[in-house]
Design a protein around this ligand. Structure first.
Ligand SMILES: [Zn+2]
Length: 522
């Protein structure tokens, strides 16, 4: 799709434009006819910037590539000079402050050097680059600052980053007033959530985990943004049509979500269990699912309770096995949790309440429903939970990503009912939270039976992610879980059976006897 040439004859500076969002903006502005100064800082940006230069020249626009360390004020002048050199009318029309560094640090670990590095690039550079450029900015000029929803979200480890981004959003309003009436310049911020760039992939895993609920609650779509989502918004703010928009922050902030899920890995490296803390954000009511190892779970719960983040209302169990329900009494022995009800199947340790099949309870605004799935144990219950923004199911040892539990207390017929009659009938967009991190092993077996695209995708996801819980839905399981594909001709052929119960029985037997080749590669 070709862009309108609505910026013909304009000159733009885009900081940090050798990669990521900045590169996308620089190329888009050029496509619209603007001459563009592309900026990079480090040697690794040089090759990338040369690529952007080629892309821009191909559009017929002029391009200047400038190495400038934005933390150094003298370097900022280089950008202004380069812009004036390629300008067709001796003026600069568009200034996009995109460069930013986003390293994470807890307050306790924060050094002055870390603070200054980020402040210089994220805050000082936009201020002084604008000051230097101002005498040269044309009447009707455009200033766009790329900020972040981090400015307002309270994400841990982002003291400096959030501070700089929030500061820019404040400055945006000051400049809208100062530069508006006098110079006809508009000043706006574009404030994305996580965008799929290399800066995002370099984030610490715990930061990404903190952001997952926000990603899930992004109103436009429950995914990380793409550069191509952000670029057209910047283009609009650089256009003549945006003349009435100034001092605005276009934020793609998530709506408040009622349901938060926090995974607590237990016995990592041996049995790889998960306990899950489910929190209703509005009331702070929360339950803990399968807290089988209190040594790993109690400190998290105590921290959440003492900081006022949760009001723990119950322990919930998926089945009676010790590595799921065996920590109940030990947990309740802590004075903080004394007397909490235990909701689960009839054989769970210390159980006080067993809802009937299809019945449930509430966690604040979250509706919880018990789905009986006897087989792995006779008291296995999958917990389906729903609020206005999403659905999840906690499947214990009945359903795993790409697999199912062993038939310890039940038959193939019961597992077929659990997976292919009960769980299959909940909505496809329900996220699955299993009781163990078994995906890697499950997919090795799955791929020995069915080499389909969905199975290969699960394989590569499991190879690249230590934790996979909650990353797949019931709809995904129908595609990549061989135990939910009894009608698949490939699986029927592999098992030599056609009746769903026979296929289930044979498939489970094959899995029980399966020895994966070491370090299997596709
Ligand atoms: Zn079990």
């Amino acid at each position: 799709m070709s862009s309108p040439r609505n910026l013909s004859g304009k000159t733009a500076i885009v900081t940090g434009s050798s990669r990521g969002i900045g590169a996308g903006i620089a190329i888009d502005l050029a496509n619209r006819g603007a001459n563009v100064v592309v900026n990079y800082t480090s040697p690794r940006g040089e090759v990338a910037a040369a690529g952007i230069f080629k892309d821009i020249e191909a559009t017929g626009s002029k391009c200047a590539v400038v190495q400038a360390n934005l933390a150094l004020t003298p370097d900022l002048q280089k950008l202004v000079d380069a812009a004036l050199a390629i300008s067709e009318h001796g003026k600069i029309d568009i200034l996009v402050h995109n460069a930013g560094t986003g390293d994470d640090s807890y307050l306790a670990d924060l050094t002055e050097e870390f603070y200054e590095d980020q402040m210089n690039v994220n805050l000082k550079a936009p201020i002084f680059l604008t000051k230097l450029a101002l005498p040269h900015i044309a009447q009707g000029g455009r200033i766009v600052m790329i900020t972040s929803v981090s400015a307002r979200m309270g994400i841990p480890q982002q003291t400096v980053y959030a501070g700089t981004k929030a500061a820019l959003e404040g400055i945006c309003k000051v400049w809208a007033t100062e530069l508006g009436k006098k110079h006809g310049i508009t000043v706006n911020c574009v404030s994305p959530g996580p965008v799929a760039t290399d800066m995002w992939t370099e984030c610490e895993p715990d930061v990404i985990a903190e952001l997952q609920p926000a990603i899930d609650a992004t109103p436009a779509a429950a995914r990380v943004g793409e550069v191509s989502d952000i670029v057209p918004i910047v283009a609009f703010l650089c256009s003549e049509e945006s003349r009435w928009v100034t001092g605005s922050v276009l934020a793609f902030a998530p709506f408040a979500r009622a349901m938060h899920i926090r995974s607590i890995p237990m016995w990592t490296g041996s049995s790889d269990n998960y306990a899950y803390l489910v929190i209703d954000d509005k009331t702070k009511d929360a339950v803990i699912i399968d807290p089988a190892n209190p040594e790993e779970v109690a400190p998290v719960l105590k921290e959440q309770i003492s900081s006022g983040k949760i009001n723990l209302t119950a322990i919930v169990n998926t089945h009676h096995h010790w590595d799921h329900a065996g920590g109940n009494n030990k947990l309740l022995a802590h004075p903080e949790f004394e007397g909490k009800p235990i909701i689960g199947g009839k054989d769970c340790e210390g159980v006080t309440k067993t809802p009937k099949n299809g019945e449930g309870f509430k966690i604040g605004d979250i509706a919880v429903k018990a789905l009986y799935t006897p087989c792995h144990t006779q008291d296995s219950i999958c917990w389906f939970m729903e609020d206005s923004t999403g659905r999840v199911v906690f499947t214990g040892d009945t359903l795993f990503h790409g697999g199912c539990g062993r038939f310890f207390e039940g038959s193939a017929e019961e597992m077929n009912t659990a997976l292919n009659k009960t769980l299959v009938s909940i909505p496809d967009d329900t996220k699955v939270y299993p009781g163990h991190e078994y995906t890697k092993a499950n997919v090795k077996f799955a791929i020995s039976v069915l080499q389909s695209e969905p199975v290969k995708k699960l394989h590569s996801f499991a190879e690249n992610n230590k934790e996979t819980q909650g990353k797949f839905t019931i709809g995904d399981e129908k595609q990549h879980n061989v135990f939910m594909r009894m009608d698949d001709p490939v699986i029927q052929k592999a098992t030599g059976k056609t009746d769903p119960i026979d296929v289930m029985a044979k498939l489970r037997e094959m899995k029980n006897n399966f020895k994966p080749p070491p370090d299997q590669k596709l």
